[in-house]
Design a protein around this ligand. Sequence first.
Ligand code: GDD
Length: 326
Amino acid sequence: MAAFDCLITGVSGFVGSHLAELLLDRKYSIAGTFLVEKSLENLSGIADRLEFFQVDLRLKESVKKVIWAAQPKWIFHLAAFSSVGFSFKRPEETLVNNFVSTLNLLEAVREMSVPPKVLLVSSSDIFGQVNKKWLPLKGTEPWAPRSPYAASKGAADLIGQAYFHSFKIPVYHALAFNHTGPRQGPGFAVPDFASQISQIEAGAAKPVLSVGNLKARRDFSDVRDVVRGYELVLKKGKPGEIYTFCSGKDVTIERVLKMLLRLSKVKIKVKSDPARQRPSEIPVLRGDFSKARRELGWKPAIKLEKTLSDTLDYWRGRNHTNEVAV
Ligand code: GDD
């Protein structure tokens, strides 16, 4: 098989599908891995321009076969179990998926005579409850993971660092703060709220929106800005370094909810749902993207208002009989 410019693991996922669109626009040849057939819906419109591998990245030999077949120059490792909330309910699945898939990928890459560049994506969730004087976070502050998801991302980061230093694999690190937009699935605040609003608007649910903790503050970016950053890391960044992608501002989840409710066509009541509360909560996360701006020329371009409005429109366009917000 021909060598591809890029391999995206989790190409049919929320972030993977946006990255595939960007890279196709920029004329890269792309292969991608996916796990479940249904997720390919996210790629409607571009699927015929991609090469697909259906693979469970937890299986070492299968991962090796894909890497050998695709012979990519760059790998964007996006396949991950990425909902913090779900990770409290399914810790083992989160840990195994996020760590073992990364290890298998790095092992496969290690066997290549010219190893491709590998982008690993970590999360601001690894910092846990941060000391306020460290804000905004540059990405180099000490970690204090509170969720199984954060632990899994930290572990994947560490194995990436080990392979970079010991086996000279060109591993690059992107550190993402909250990013949202069309195609993000349930299990995250914005799609959880937007999907409920769209169901209510369609008359498919009572006008009551269930929410969890609204007091937390998060730094939101648009996924379409963030994937621009991922390409720049492999194009212009340095291996072994961390590049942080965020907006530099934090907002309460309550404010995000209010912005979405303002876009709603109907009047909706808000109800606190204990099932949406987490065993532990990070009060505030805010990042500093000055390194990405300085070294990569990256800065966010899309305003939160547009991200939320596009996300709500995405949910309005879905078939409500099949979508259940969790
Ligand atoms: N999911 C969800 N659903 N969260 C809710 C809800 C709800 O109905 N109501 C309130 N929240 C609160 C959560 O308790 C949390 O404080 C905040 O909204 C944001 O939750 P998420 O959108 O699930 O994101 P996250 O901050 O836990 O994690 C996200 O950001 C990380 C980077 O910091 C995810 O996108 C991760 O994958 C990402 O790595």
